[in-house]
Design a protein around this ligand. Structure first.
Ligand code: 13P
Length: 251
């Protein structure tokens, strides 16, 4: 089970040190890892290297993933960060297609597919976000939104598999109406997503399903018990390391 802390545009060096100070006091990380429960931290770009260094120093077995990367390999793309750079920092993976990237920065399904292909070619684990808006939800045809977002990505995954890539891919269902709103999707909503992914794209696609959207230790206790998903993508709540710890104690 993967527990991803997406810090978004929050935290600084001091906050990261305090965060890790709290997590370092817990002695069970190695055991949790051995049982397949892993914490992934997704800091803003400027802190990736600092965080990797701190984790090594403290011997904390967390994975570090970026919140985004460029769809192009290299060159004149001011302000962008490449897959090779993430690889160079020895990162484990990258979050792609977050709804905030799509909605605020104009990312399209085609961009997300191109980024997924590039990530796989560099053995970076892609965590690909998808999910409908409130308006799309009302239309009742919302499963088509998931299919539209995932189909081009899945095509790239299939191509990568054909060329021998074994890097896992995770799909994170993050309905826009649940992000930062306090409205967590119901278990039945998440089951419906898993069923649709399995029907449309097969078992590999649905088995790595993560859920994100107003997850905290309370909602988690319900969602975890039923074993519906492979993990969670958590924003606001996981800015607090005490909530991270409480969540791991529930697993
Ligand atoms: P919240 O947990 O703050 O709703 O954010 C979810 C999210 O966007 C994680 O990527």
């Amino acid at each position: 089970m993967l527990m991803v802390a997406n810090w978004k545009m929050n935290m600084d060096r001091d906050a990261i040190v305090s965060y890790l100070d709290v997590l370092s006091k817990e002695g069970r990380w190695a055991r949790w890892c051995a049982h397949g429960y892993r914490l992934l931290l997704a800091p803003p770009y400027p802190y990736l290297d600092f965080l990797m260094h701190e984790l090594r120093e403290r011997e904390l077995p967390f994975w570090v993933v970026a919140q985004n990367m460029c769809a192009h390999e290299k060159g004149a793309y001011t302000g962008e960060v490449s897959a090779d750079m993430l690889r160079d920092l020895a990162l484990n993976g990258v979050i792609l297609g977050h709804s905030e990237r799509r909605r605020l920065f104009g990312e399209t399904d085609a961009h997300v597919a191109a980024k997924t292909a590039l990530a796989l070619s560099r053995e970076l684990v892609p965590i690909v976000c998808f999910g409908e808006t409130e308006e799309e939800r009302q239309s009742k045809d919302y499963p088509r939104v998931w299919e539209r977002q995932i189909a081009p990505v899945w095509k790239e995954v299939q191509k990568a598999r054909a060329s021998g890539s074994e890097t896992p891919v995770y799909f994170a269902y993050e309905p826009v109406w649940a992000i930062g709103t306090g409205r967590t999707a119901a278990l039945d909503d998440i089951r419906e997503v898993a069923w649709n992914l399995r029907e449309s794209f097969g078992h590999e696609c649905s088995s790595g399903l993560l859920y994100g959207g107003s997850v905290n230790d309370e909602s988690l206790s319900v969602l975890v018990e039923k074993g519906t998903v492979y993990g969670f993508l958590v924003g606001g709540a996981f800015l607090d390391p005490e909530i991270v710890l409480r969540s791991f104690h529930l697993l």
